[in-house]
Design a protein around this ligand. Structure first.
Ligand SMILES: C[S@@+](CC[C@H](N)C(=O)[O-])C[C@H]1O[C@@H](n2cnc3c(N)ncnc32)[C@H](O)[C@@H]1O
Length: 222
């Protein structure tokens, strides 16, 4: 099935409100535990960058399990960042998580030397996937660890509809539509491997770990 791009930045208030209030605890806890299993030697990276942080749910969960980490979290959507700011404050993590508005591939925040770059569900939003990897290449140093999770595009519209029904049946209609659109916009495992090949990152681990998720993990220099 051909990829169907979706709106890149999530800045529609109704959509953002539904997303920010959704319960992603199962999927996001899975992201954190996969990170911990993959990089067992780096459970408290000093400096972390979260690309496409949305309402900061991943950044907050990461901070709660890695309390010594300092996290810069970046998103292009002002409404999303407004929800993120509130969530970070309620979690009592304002000293640990700093939020920045920036539309990748522009990097409008005081970038640092990061031990880890994480990103959940941003790649499929990017109009040009190579921009996503180029940002990582620009910011990362040789020892930076990369941990990216995203959806995998199903083989057909019917499969996308079935996955939406299976996993989002109880969610509000707007979130169901969002999830369906995201499945259509997602990249396949082979497409992601090609994207990595273009950056000579063939040593990255790419794995489909559920009926709809993939993870990509590695270090710039193996
Ligand atoms: C599906 S959400 C994922 C949010 C968060 N990572 C999570 O797991 O809950 C994708 C986010 O990427 C942001 N985004 C899309 N394109 C972007 C870009 N070019 N630069 C920065 N953020 C972008 C959207 O605004 C949205 O908040």
């Amino acid at each position: 099935m051909q990829r169907v791009a979706e709106q890149e930045v999530m800045d529609d208030w109704e959509n953002v409100e539904a997303y920010a209030n959704a319960d992603f605890s199962v999927a996001h806890n899975e992201v954190i535990s996969r990170y911990q299993n993959t990089f067992q030697h780096l459970l408290n990276p000093a400096k972390v960058l979260d690309l496409g942080c949305g309402a900061a749910d991943i950044a907050i969960r990461f901070s709660q399990t890695s309390p010594r980490s300092q996290i810069d979290a970046v998103d292009a959507s002002a409404p999303m960042l407004a929800y993120a700011e509130q969530a970070v404050r309620i979690a009592g993590l304002s000293q640990k998580i700093k939020l920045y508005e920036s539309m990748l591939p522009d990097c409008h925040w005081p970038t640092q030397i990061y031990d880890l770059i994480i990103s959940n569900s941003l790649l499929h939003h990017m109009t040009h996937a190579e921009d996503f990897w180029q940002v990582i290449k620009t910011i990362a140093h040789a020892q930076t660890h990369i941990f990216v999770v995203d959806l995998c595009r199903p083989d057909s519209l019917e499969q996308a509809a079935a996955l939406t029904q299976q996993h989002m049946a109880d969610a509000p209609e707007i979130l169901q539509q969002d999830f369906y659109n995201s499945l259509l916009a997602a990249y396949t495992l082979d497409e992601v491997k090609d994207q990595l090949d273009a950056f000579n990152w063939t040593h990255f681990h790419v794995e489909k770990y559920s009926d709809r998720h993939m993870m990509i993990a590695g270090r710039i220099c193996p």
